[in-house]
Design a protein around this ligand. Sequence first.
Ligand code: CMP
Length: 140
Amino acid sequence: MATERTFSIIKPDATRRNLTGKVNAVLEGAGLRIVAQKRIWMTTQQAETFYGVHKERPFFRDLVTFMTSGPVVVQVLEGDNAVAKNREVMGATNPANAAEGTIRKLFAESIEANSVHGSDSPENAATEIAYFFAGTEIVG
Ligand code: CMP
């Protein structure tokens, strides 16, 4: 199986509760390697562009407000089948539907404050990684 990269965000609800290390432990325990990571405070424009695919959805404005409400940790994760593996370890978008042991089941507060984001395809992973990281910041 080919090594793949995916993009991940530890969201403001998780950084606020000092859960960065706990989230990273779950990611690493699933065999994902954190090959780039930085803590940033997203601007409104960054959040609007990043979530542009959702701009017609009713939750878009609240989502942008939430994602700019505190620091986030943006990450590049690497491993076999990393996109699918990360989605599995994150659990369902709505924590009420997330499986036992997943990050969202363990830590998420609500469908909006759901602790983590992960790319949904290798193509989107490449776009999302390039939006936040220079190639020189990723050390595999
Ligand atoms: P994420 O995987 O980052 O992608 C879009 C985000 O929108 C999602 O996680 C949630 O944080 C947020 N969101 C808020 N409400 C909804 C909803 N009803 N359906 C899907 N996503 C939602």
